[in-house]
Design a protein around this ligand. Structure first.
Ligand code: GLY
Length: 586
């Protein structure tokens, strides 16, 4: 275990440096944060919020201090995130919520995934040559915009689990939007990296660049009166103020009127949008029950498969320092990604063998494939049983680019409710279209651009009108003896699956605390090369992985893990040192 600790501590050095930088650079520029430090790990007795920005976490904790529930805190935090971390999530996007109720003792989930407009068609991301469009050609503009879902998700979660008046939960975001907030270093870097792409839309260009056209710098105070006005309308008129009337009309006009890349969203898509309460997917592994979001996210299913595939090989006794350990995790991930690509899509459109993919017999058979000295030469999807007992041949693989983005919030309240929420507008800055103070998503590019395989057989995750694009988002809650012991999740596109699976293995199998599991260097495999995090101790694994037969790429791996562990001594929280998230609690 000495080696394991050394390996994990390498991440903690990064964490310390980053925490200092973040707290320095969030120096007192607004009254709200003036007296607050920005800790990236901490302990608390009863309540805790971990979110991707100090102002969002603060808004959440304020609601808990006012007697609100975890969901009240989430609504306040999400509304602030849509302002201060606008590139990642907001009213123009969607998300998934996993929630444990201390009253019912149940884990439930709400699917707030954007939908394809009713007028969407399977070929809409093909070019004139019949080939999939280049990613950003598809993303930037109206074509990629799905029906925004975040407000419906927040409102439904609040109806089920909220306590404070909904309008009160919007107040912190309204105040900050009117008074202004300091552009964070991360937001400034991302605006600068965007360059002209973010100038596609005049409203976004005016908001994210100064009068000379230069990208806003860290510390610049940004006001967003249009967002404040949108939130005030919602506070007064509820969801209908957004999904009907002037705001909905403006969203549709911007999407359909985009000069170079018009989309197909209609006001009826907004009026008809509903969230779906779904059964979470749960499996017993490492002597606990691990629960995640089911379809249309592939995240929970893929992670449960990875955990179920590595457990029989005694991963608990294997060292994180050894390439062989990562061979096991990496090839388990390749097997899970093979199944994900072929089988998983919106269950309203595609029959997906979810129980079959998670059945112990199926996982045991797949785990046997991991018995070998080196990298699996070939990885194919399996043949899980459908609920009717039938076996069906897998459909062809699609083409889904999925770049990193998104935000993660975990919250625990004094009643013992705990939630894990992953929200998104898909790519950083979404479609780049800005309406009434918020960015619109590009979630439709989470569909396969190719609608069919070479023989014409339809791809499961093809675009279809009204369908929900497959996600990788993976809000997770872990229970022991029916009580929650961990809530976790991360942004990161399809890398979310590896980020969260690795953190769960480190916590559940290697017994590492949350501060270590969010910071440990990443080693991922998404059905391609091994991706090893640059600048970390994990690069020492590269020769060993290559010797086992893998292609390896060393690169930045920008997770944004957030975790709360419920321990006998209280709450332990941690935010990923790679981003600006913080832990606040009491
Ligand atoms: N758009 C990110 C995801 O759904 O996985």
């Amino acid at each position: 275990m000495r080696f394991a600790t050394a390996f994990l501590l390498a991440g903690l050095v990064v964490q310390g440096a980053r925490a200092e930088q973040v707290s320095d650079r969030f120096a007192p520029e607004t009254a709200t944060v003036a007296s607050r430090a920005a800790p990236q790990q901490g302990t608390a007795r009863t309540d805790m919020v971990v979110a991707a920005h100090p102002l969002a976490a603060r808004a959440g904790l304020d609601m808990l201090e006012a007697g609100g529930t975890a969901v009240d805190a989430l609504v306040a935090a999400q509304m602030v995130l849509g302002l201060v971390e606008p590139q990642s999530s907001g009213l123009g996007g969607g998300g998934f919520l996993l929630h444990y109720s201390s009253e019912s003792k149940d884990v439930t989930s709400i699917d707030g995934r954007e939908t394809a407009p009713a007028a969407a068609t399977p070929d809409m991301f093909l070019g004139d040559d019949g080939k999939p469009l280049p990613f950003f050609t598809a993303v930037v503009g109206g074509k990629s915009v799905g029906t925004p879902a975040t407000l419906r998700l927040m409102a439904e979660a609040h109806r089920r689990h909220g306590r404070l008046p909904f309008a009160d939960l919007l107040e912190p975001a309204i105040r900050l939007a009117e008074q202004g907030f300091p552009v964070s270093p991360r937001l400034a870097d991302l605006i600068a990296a965007e360059g002209d792409r973010l100038k596609h839309d005049p409203a976004a260009a005016a908001y994210f660049f100064d009068a000379t056209g230069a990208p806003l710098k860290a510390g610049a105070v940004l006001r967003n009166p249009a967002y404040a006005d949108t939130l005030r309308r919602i506070a007064a008129g509820g969801e209908d103020a957004f999904y009907r009337g002037e705001i909905a009309a403006d969203i549709v006009a911007r999407v359909t009127g985009d000069a170079t890349n018009p989309g197909r969203l209609a006001t009826s898509d907004l009026e008809n949008y509903t969230v779906i309460a779904r059964e979470p997917v749960c499996n017993a592994v490492f002597s606990v029950e691990v629960c995640g979001m089911g379809l249309p996210s592939s995240g929970g299913i893929a992670i449960l498969q990875i955990l179920g595939l590595v457990e029989p090989w005694g991963i608990e006794r294997m060292s994180p320092q050894a390439p062989e350990t990562w061979r096991l995790i990496g090839d388990a991930s390749r097997l899970a990604f093979a199944d994900r690509e072929r089988w998983l899509a919106d269950p309203a459109y595609v029959r997906a063998p979810v129980s079959g993919l998670l059945a112990s017999g199926y996982l045991s058979l797949r785990a046997k494939l991991l018995d070998g000295p080196g990298a699996l030469p070939e990885v194919a999807p399996g043949l899980p049983a459908f609920d009717d007992g039938a076996l069906r041949p897998p459909p062809p693989a699609g083409v889904t680019p999925e770049l990193p983005s998104t935000t993660q919030v975990v919250i625990r309240d004094a009643d013992g409710d705990i939630l894990s929420y992953t929200g998104t507008i898909e790519n950083g800055f979404g479609s780049r279209l800005m309406v009434r103070g918020f960015l619109l998503n590009n979630e439709l590019t989470d569909f396969s651009f190719a609608p069919a395989g070479s023989d014409g057989t339809p791809v499961a995750n093809r675009v279809e009108g009204g369908k929900r694009p497959r996600s990788s988002m993976a809000p997770m809650i872990v229970l022991r003896d029916g009580l929650p012991i961990l809530a976790i999740g991360s942004p990161g596109g399809s890398r979310i699956i590896g980020f969260v699976a690795q953190a769960l293995i480190a916590h559940l199998a290697w017994k590492r605390p949350v501060a270590e599991i969010v910071a440990m260097p990443h080693v991922l495999n998404r059905f391609g090369p091994f991706e090893v995090e640059a600048g970390t101790a994990a690069t020492a694994l590269v020769p060993g992985l290559q010797a086992l037969g893998y292609r390896v790429e060393v690169q930045d791996l920008n997770s944004g893990l957030a975790a709360i562990a419920v321990t006998p001594n209280g709450l332990e929280g941690a935010a990923d040192p790679r981003r600006e998230g913080v832990v606040y609690g009491r």
